[in-house]
Design a protein around this ligand. Structure first.
Ligand code: AMP
Length: 385
């Protein structure tokens, strides 16, 4: 079994949202590497990068007038005020590419394009009507996996499956098509984000309507990471969000779906679909975090069109990961959103695993949890101002 070489990202301060975010080559001085069976990731904790280790912050009962509470409210208000005066178009970098896939392509071709272009989702284009036909995401591939798992007899025709057939796969599995929450590029960012959070969609296609041709056109797709990076780059008050995750009860701590290196990819996919989650932490029998299996890993596993690879163990799948994989981001219950925003500014983070000093998995903090807090849950904090 090959070693899985994961690489940490080096912090690289940049001033605008269009600056490249990823520097996957060098390791940080403080990054810690655990060694377990050769499948472990390299862990980066915001607190390691930004603050020398101090004793844990006291998690005293909430007292509304403490400076830390006032600052938290001011930080949240600054972020919301900022989102209310920006539109979706502002989030886009100065130059970007958009890869649209024709619904006449096969699923296999789409997987190859995804891998070659390094993307994990793409808007679909229906050339028969010259219109936008929804968003292709990793969830579609998970559905395909589940479909062939139920109908192994149809597997011989898998290479002929078209992107336009995915609707039938959804119908067959009796899964509701994901609610397509699109927004106009001119929509107020705050409103578009609230809409996205309610629908639990993880990305927003920016779709404009041309009244002359009566057709829809996609300008770009904005992800949760891009929005948080936009906030991190432009709202300096993010450094006022010093309340710890423990204090604001941010993240998921109960019933965490986890797996071991011996679990099969197929079983993990099932869990991800049933629970509507995009990643599953890989732990030892004692609960020590080793790595994280992500829904997007399925793209790499399927690109050869060999659906037999799904019987692989998670350990084997992680070993086959590209050496450019950015690594796993961790934080502790003592971290605040200030340090997490600092990490988002520097690196392409998709989620953080919450661990204790011994790397024991305590919880999961997803980007949707952070956005939910900024836009919805933290409301009571600002209401007290
Ligand atoms: P995400 O999958 O990142 O979009 O997360 C959706 C929601 O599920 C968030 O509230 C996460 O905290 C939670 N979540 C993510 N991964 C897991 C997991 N493995 N087990 C339990 N909850 C999770």
């Amino acid at each position: 079994m090959a070693e899985n070489a994961e690489v940490t990202q080096s912090p690289s301060p940049s001033n605008d949202n269009s600056a490249p975010a990823d520097h996957p080559s060098s390791t940080t001085a403080h990054a810690q590497a655990a060694h377990h069976h050769g499948h472990e990731g390299t862990f980066v904790r915001p607190s390691d990068l930004l603050r020398p280790k101090t004793t844990s912050r006291p998690s005293a009962p909430t007292q509304p007038d403490r400076p830390i509470d006032r600052d938290q409210r001011a930080g949240l208000k600054a972020i919301r005020d900022f989102l209310r005066i920006r539109n979706c178009y502002d989030v886009l970098p100065l130059s970007f590419r958009l890869i649209e896939l024709d619904v006449g392509l096969t699923v296999k071709e789409s997987l190859n394009i995804m891998v070659q272009c390094g993307i994990v989702s793409a808007p679909l284009w229906d050339s028969s009507t010259s219109t936008y036909a929804g968003l292709l995401t990793v969830n579609d591939y998970l559905n395909v996996v589940r479909y062939y798992n139920l109908h192994a007899d149809k597997l011989k025709d898998v290479d002929k499956l078209l992107l336009s057939d995915l609707k039938d796969v959804e119908k067959f599995l009796d899964v509701k098509p994901p609610e397509t929450v699109s927004a106009s590029p001119e929509a107020i960012l705050f409103d578009a984000l609230r809409k996205q959070l309610i629908s639990r969609a993880r990305r927003i296609p920016l779709v404009s309507y041309d009244s002359d041709t009566q057709r829809t056109m996609v300008t770009s797709v904005i992800t949760q990471y891009r929005i948080l990076k936009f906030i991190a780059m432009n709202v300096k008050e993010t450094d006022m969000l010093r309340k710890s995750l423990a204090m604001i009860k941010l993240g998921t701590y109960g019933n965490i779906v986890r797996c071991t290196l011996d679990t099969t990819v197929l079983d993990v996919i099932d869990e991800m679909v049933m629970k509507n989650i995009s990643s599953v932490p890989v732990v030892t029998t004692e609960g020590i975090l080793l790595n994280v299996f992500e829904a997007v890993d399925v793209i790499e596993i399927l690109k050869t069109g060999d659906y037999g690879n799904l019987t692989w163990t998670i350990g084997r799948a992680l070993s086959a990961r590209s050496p450019n994989h950015p690594g796993i981001y961790c934080c502790s219950l003592d971290d605040g959103l200030d340090t997490i925003f600092e990490t988002i500014k520097r690196s392409r983070v998709h989620r953080l695993m919450i661990v204790d000093d011994n790397n024991y998995l305590k919880g999961v903090l997803s980007l949707s949890d952070i956005l939910h807090y900024l836009l919805v849950e933290g409301q009571e904090e600002t209401d007290q101002t």
